[in-house]
Design a protein around this ligand. Structure first.
Ligand code: ZN
Length: 212
């Protein structure tokens, strides 16, 4: 629950920075955008909090207790296991996002996110509940194969959500900061350039993967 409060605070901070240093002009007024995107995302929020997260956490706890999954094949130092788990979650999620663009049945739900007339921090919340329910199935596969420990799962979720808010935000960063961050992260300007694509991974560790 603490993570939810931290993320809500981060959302408000980004909202403030968008007002001070906007990257793009909005076509809709902010209040209208917030109302529409919060209404669209209400069911998705509920499904993520009450279905996807509990399933992911329960499975992670069970996998860890039984030492099942890729991470448990070879004994690894905790810090190496954590880093590997994090990168595997991010990489596999990238392919899930790719599938959301390539498979018509998934795209039917995922396009709700991409047809937002503007791009700002509220776009990061704009998901169809159908997409979130499909992602519960993917999460089972992902956590099950990787054998993710519950604590790593919680940290990954928090970092992933914070990064999604930041990437979609409409903030003009100083160019030098953009250049620096862009070496390792997808930035607000970077995601703008790939808006019609699917480049929302946390890290830029495989630049050769096709994006539109
Ligand atoms: Zn997408």
């Amino acid at each position: 629950m603490k993570i939810a409060f931290i993320l809500a605070g981060f959302f408000l901070l980004l909202l403030l920075l968008e007002a001070l240093f906007p990257l793009r002009h909005r076509t809709w007024a902010l209040v209208r955008r917030l109302l529409v995107n919060l209404c669209v995302s209400a069911l998705a929020f509920a499904a993520a909090a009450w279905i996807v997260r509990p399933i992911g956490l329960s499975l992670a706890a069970w996998m860890s207790a039984k030492s099942f999954g890729l991470l448990h094949i070879v004994p690894l130092p905790a810090v190496v296991q954590f880093g590997l788990a994090f990168l595997l979650m991010d990489l596999t999620f990238y392919y899930w996002h790719l599938a959301n663009h390539m498979l018509p049945v998934l795209w039917r739900f995922h396009n709700v996110h991409h047809i937002d007339p503007d791009l700002d921090v509220s776009t990061a919340l704009r998901f169809h509940v159908g997409e979130v329910l499909f992602s519960a199935g993917f999460r089972i596969l992902q956590v099950g194969l990787i054998g993710l420990p519950p604590l790593t799962y919680m940290i990954y979720e928090g970092v992933f959500q914070a990064s999604t808010l930041f990437q979609h935000s409409n903030i003009r960063l100083p160019l030098q900061v953009e250049r620096l961050l862009n070496r390792v992260l997808v930035t607000p300007l970077g995601i703008k350039l790939t808006r019609s694509g699917y480049d929302n991974r946390l890290f830029m560790y495989h630049r050769d993967i096709p994006s539109m």
